[in-house]
Design a protein around this ligand. Sequence first.
Ligand SMILES: Nc1ncnc2c1ncn2[C@@H]1O[C@H](COP(=O)(O)OP(=O)(O)O)[C@@H](O)[C@H]1O
Ligand SMILES: [Mg+2]
Length: 233
Amino acid sequence: MRKIIVINSKGGCGKTTLSTNLASYYAAHGWPTALFDYDPQDSAMRWLAQRPAELAPIHGVRAAHPPMPGMTRAFQLRVPPETRRTIIDTPASLKRMDLIDILRGASAIIVPVLPSIIDSAVTAAFLSELRAVMRSYAPDAPVAILANRVRRNTRTFLALMSFLDDLQMPPVTCLRDSQNYVNAASQGVGIHEMRRGVTRIDREQWQPLIDWLEAGTPDHHSRPEEEEKRYIA
Ligand SMILES: Nc1ncnc2c1ncn2[C@@H]1O[C@H](COP(=O)(O)OP(=O)(O)O)[C@@H](O)[C@H]1O
Ligand SMILES: [Mg+2]
């Protein structure tokens, strides 16, 4: 099982968008997938609640809330035994103990960042906190930065690239600002479950992220026979 964490203390940078699209990508490609929502705002769980019944199921875990009376935390956080990919959506602020819990056993960590001076500053501070906690609790997990809502020929984008250059962390991919993400969010789907014609560019932009996530794992080949079997109009 691979545990993929999407995290950044900056709100609105695309954590839920990435988490839900990743969960949808894996589910649509035939991987039994779980989606954890550590954000009390429940955006990922609301997305999941909208998911059309005919699409590949995703196991949701409302991790931001305490277990129901009589239930242990461990029981609340369990996933079906066949689960192969677990995606963790996180809130803007996390207590250190929660951060430690989330990071334990991480296979990969994705940090989305928007082209904005404020976001870069917050992300820089967050990355050093993350590194400090990772040293003890997830020393081997690779970290990727993802540039989100990018408009290429803008000064803010160039500023982001030079900021990431200074950090020696070039983005694993850049996702454009696209209404497809907004539509996907409101329909409980991901861009990989939408018509190819309208999502071609977005799919291409996702591929380096998927390649990075799946690199070096024996089961990294997607199951093309599962792909595109069902997608929404
Ligand atoms: N690449 C994108 N293109 C267009 N809209 C986006 C994109 N990424 C995120 N959004 C929108 O930006 C808002 C914030 O994104 P969200 O994923 O909720 O951020 P976070 O979970 O980090 O707070 C949402 O309304 C979402 O639909
Ligand atoms: Mg969110």
